[in-house]
Ligand binder design. Structure first.
Ligand code: C2O
Ligand code: CU
Ligand code: CU
Length: 476
């Protein structure tokens, strides 16, 4: 389609009366984003947020939610939404047993709700879609950090606009550590790096293009806010915390040249034991911690982290380059053969079937045939009980993928399509992929001390923003 904008561009090009090389002419006529030379920018590491004060039992933080600009393309300012001006937001590093109290001030013109994804929190700190911070207002979120060490992330959750606000930048990593995990001596410090991965569509001016449910056109993938960054690594082990912060893009992460990575953790923390894997599949909101031992690659070599989800044609396939430098260095970090014990969730006393499907009118996405009403309670559960949820993707005919995410608790994935899952999925998780036409069984124990109303939803934000969400009430 030839738009007015294209016409203006064409007349501008024609008006100067010069002959442009075919390629330049093509880019002047298209809305393709500016070109970034692959692997020309260093991998940004989001800043670690410092507490403003600390008491014996808690750290107090302050964040503002604010529009800002990010330098994604050389010489261009891209308008984004941020926590504290950082795209993605700053990393919060907290410790099990020490609460984090975060004061958030909303400097946007729209409401914000901050949700700490994967966390055990009271309902008033959960960022429920209607429990928002008005423009200009502030509120305190209280995170008890009572759960085991894990890679969590925080993001906006304001009703109906979370997909856009997350897309524009409202995400950040939140890492909980604990003494049991410290004792394992996994790679730490500068060798422990969060990688927040998401996709986007940019226009010819390097600005974000937002269109709900337009996953197919988000062809640029960003790692920690940069396009195809590069990172110099020493020849030793690194712990990478992978967070899929994309609205709708599944990732299947692999190294090129092909080499196994060691997965040590998923959403809810450590696996029972490390698992060597040729690739790690990570759908929106899922996390995986992997260890890569770069001592096995020669000095001077490049190792590329790729997304192979859609095969060789995957848009933005090459995500990040590691430049392996120097000789093998002393490395006292270890990946022990055993990481942690799995607690038994008991036998389910309630079985439910949860159906994820596009509404037949094709105007929204539904859970059990209903569009999300943030004021409606869709189901009640009793604190302390174990339930079996059979989550059905009933969109096989359209080939639509979905997923299931529960606030408040970590569950176990038992089986998908009738088959037991790989052990990397059998550990505590808060988000499980539910591919088109598939049924996934999860075992949920409502073992939190908190009760109240919490959402559960598909974590394709394009879908949850289009009503694929529901409320559960945890009763005492
Ligand atoms: Cu990532 Cu309702 O959450
Ligand atoms: Cu969540
Ligand atoms: Cu969905």
């Amino acid at each position: 389609m030839f738009s007015r904008r294209d016409a203006l561009k064409l007349s501008a090009v024609a008006g100067v009366g010069m002959v442009l090389p075919a390629q330049q002419l093509a880019s002047a006529l298209s809305d393709d984003p500016p070109v970034v030379t692959p692997f020309s920018v260093p991998l940004p590491i989001p800043p670690v947020l410092r507490p403003v004060t600390s008491s014996r039992s808690a750290d107090h933080y302050e964040m503002v939610v604010t529009p800002a600009t990010a330098r994604i393309f050389p010489g261009l300012d891209t308008r984004v939404l941020t926590f504290n001006g950082s795209f993605p937001g700053p990393t919060i590093r907290s410790r099990r047993g020490r609460a984090a109290i975060v004061k958030v001030t909303n400097k946007m013109s729209t409401p914000a709700a901050v949700h700490l994804h994967g966390a055990n929190v009271a309902p008033e700190s959960d960022g429920h879609p209607l429990d928002t911070i008005d423009p200009g207002a502030s509120r305190l979120y209280h995170y008890p950090n009572s759960q085991p060490a894990a890679t969590l992330w925080y993001h906006d959750h304001a009703h109906h606009v979370e997909a856009e606000q997350v897309y524009r930048g409202l995400t950040g990593a939140y890492l909980i550590s604990d003494s049991e995990t410290d004792a394992l001596r996994l790679p730490s410090g500068e060798f422990d790096i969060p990688l927040v991965i998401r996709d986007a569509q940019f226009d010819g001016d390097g600005q974000l293009v937002w269109k709900l449910d337009d996953f197919a056109n988000r062809k640029t993938v960003l790692v920690n806010g940069a396009i195809q960054p590069t990172h110099k690594v020493k020849r030793r082990k690194y712990r990478l915390r992978l967070i899929n912060a994309a609205n709708s893009r599944p990732l299947r992460l692999a190294l090129n040249p092909a080499s196994e990575v060691i997965q040590i953790a998923s959403d809810g923390g450590l696996l029972g034991r490390p698992v060597a894997r040729p690739e790690v599949e990570l759908w929106p909101a899922e996390r995986a911690e992997i260890v890569i031992d770069f001592s096995k690659f020669p000095s001077g070599s490049n190792v590329i982290l790729e997304n192979t989800f859609n095969g060789p044609e995957t848009p933005g396939r090459q995500l990040l380059r590691f430049e392996v430098t120097g000789s093998v260095v002393a490395d006292d970090s270890v990946v022990p053969a055993k990481l942690r014990d799995l607690e038994d969730l008991g036998t389910p006393t309630v079985t439910r079937r949860i159906v994820l499907a596009r509404d037949p009118t094709n105007t929204f996405y539904a859970i059990d045939g209903k569009a999300y009403d943030p004021k409606r309670i869709d189901l009640t559960v009793k604190r302390g009980t174990t339930e079996l949820w059979e989550v059905v993707n009933d969109d096989g005919q359209y080939n639509f993928p979905h997923s299931i995410h529960l606030h408040l608790v970590q569950f176990r994935v038992l089986e998908r399509a009738g088959q037991p899952v790989g052990e990397w999925e059998a550990y505590p998780k808060d988000t499980a992929r539910v591919p088109a036409g598939q049924t996934v069984k999860i075992l949920v124990k409502f073992d939190s001390e908190f009760t109240g109303v919490y959402p559960f939803h598909c974590h394709f934000f394009d879908h949850s923003s289009m009503a694929m969400m529901a409320n559960m009430q945890v009763l005492p």
